[in-house]
Design a protein around this ligand. Structure first.
Ligand code: SF4
Length: 422
């Protein structure tokens, strides 16, 4: 009898760096108003990269795919279908693969969604952000609530039975009441998943330049919005499973869970991040550099011809569009695990931690967490440490007091929060 070897699991993230126009708060890497020709060249380059890396993943089963951005749905339908075709041809997708595409409500049609659904995309993430017209204008979103309604209805009609809605709090002009209306509005569509992100003013964005003139909710109102949202969505039957994420039971986003569980994933395209073969690496935030490198073939030799068991550091060194890469030290692995796992409502189990790292969590970190347990920011059930809801709201601060970010972790924003805001 042959011995069957269990294949390792892998997630794929594909970055589409195009948007119809830039939202004033957004620092995701994307370009507005690109023509079809540039988008086709980019996707052709992406397809080369996907083909090259597939050799290194022969011994993996891909159980999640996430096409994000940017706004993937601005791609011409034919171009997107070619991209999906390359993914399904080059990788061993599991039968129950979770295959997500992000979409901006103003950029979808029933015909396109039906095609994507037939090709295997089975989860849609729609960026609503707010149900209030003035707030949408303040965010410079290009869609209205009627666009959202039309796109959600089209998605259901196309056969999507797993849909996420993104909304935001702490945005200009928002009040406790208007946020509660937005939550109500989103829940009324009965989606499988809702992500609720607090606005962060990122350097280099138009919002950062307008910081002094933005009319934002004050800190207390913002904190109340978060706490009220957690109670409201739980009454609506959503399980709060991560700081910003809520799902119907069994509909948690498996791809984003990989980030928080420190599981392996490969990112494709410019500005994409990967955690693979114990290395973290990213691709430069430069669309033309990426296209030129792939077209010129200079990045390719290093990765191809691989034994299917992963990638080595020296292979990565030759892969040109790569920006940073590093092998994590044992202490960085521990720091990242703590930082990412504590984002989950299930938190960290001391016994799991010990079997994974050989370190007694109670002895090393438990003492530092005690003050937060005593003050109601964390809970401990004899094995698991986890944030309470009020602790989640200030989790970044608490984490900064128990971890040395520079030493323990090199995680960068966007990976940690798994945010998707098309
Ligand atoms: S928020 Fe989404 S749609 Fe707006 S610019 Fe950023 S990636 Fe594009």
């Amino acid at each position: 009898m042959g011995i069957s070897m269990q294949k390792k699991k892998l997630g794929l993230y594909i970055h589409i760096p195009f948007c119809h126009s830039k939202c004033a708060y957004c620092d995701f890497y994307s370009q507005s108003n690109a023509g079809d020709e540039l988008m086709q060249r980019y996707v052709d380059a992406l397809r080369l990269q996907l083909e090259d890396y597939s050799a290194a993943t022969r011994n993996y089963t891909v159980d999640t795919v996430f096409i994000g951005g940017g706004t993937p749905t601005v791609l011409p339908v034919k171009t997107m279908c070619e991209l999906i075709g390359t993914i399904t041809r080059c990788y061993n997708l599991s039968k129950d693969v979770e295959f997500t595409m992000e979409a901006n409500p103003a950029t979808v049609s029933l015909a396109a969604l039906t095609k994507y659904r037939k090709l295997g995309v089975n989860r849609l993430s729609l960026g609503l952000q707010s149900a209030n017209a003035d707030e949408l204008t303040a965010l410079s979103r290009i869609h209205s609530t009627s666009d959202f309604e039309a796109s959600f209805t089209a998605a259901r009609k196309a056969g999507f039975d797993n849909i996420n809605i993104d909304i935001m709090y702490g945005i200009p002009l928002q009040t406790a009441e208007s946020f509660s209306n937005t939550l109500n509005y989103a829940a009324s569509f009965d989606p499988e998943h809702i992500s609720v992100y607090g606005l962060k003013i990122e350097d280099g964005t138009p919002f950062a330049r307008m910081r002094e003139t933005l009319i934002l909710p004050d800190e207390d109102t913002e904190a109340d919005m978060y706490l009220d949202c957690v109670s409201y969505l739980s009454v609506c039957g959503f399980r709060h499973y991560e700081i910003s994420n809520f799902a119907r039971p069994g509909c948690e986003c498996r791809h984003n869970l990989k980030y928080w569980n420190c599981d392996e994933y490969l990112g494709f395209g410019c500005a994409a991040h990967s955690y693979f073969s114990n290395m973290r690496f990213s691709t430069k935030r430069d669309l033309m550099l990426f296209i030129d490198a792939m077209e010129a073939d200079i990045s390719r030799g290093g990765i191809m011809g691989n034994d299917g068991m992963g990638i080595t550091e020296s292979q990565l060194k030759n892969a040109q569009p790569i920006d940073e890469f590093y092998q994590l030290t044992p202490s960085e692995r521990v720091g990242e695990y703590i930082m990412l796992r504590l984002r989950l409502c299930d938190g960290i189990s001391s016994s799991e931690f010990e079997s994974r790292f050989g370190i007694n969590f109670d002895a090393v970190y438990g003492r530092r967490l005690q003050i937060y347990i005593d003050n109601g920011f964390m809970k401990y059930d004899g094995d698991r440490y986890a944030f309470t809801t009020k602790g989640m709201y200030v989790s970044n601060y608490i984490l900064s007091t128990i971890l040395d970010f520079d030493k323990d972790s090199r995680i960068v924003g966007g990976i940690a929060d798994g945010s998707d805001k098309a």
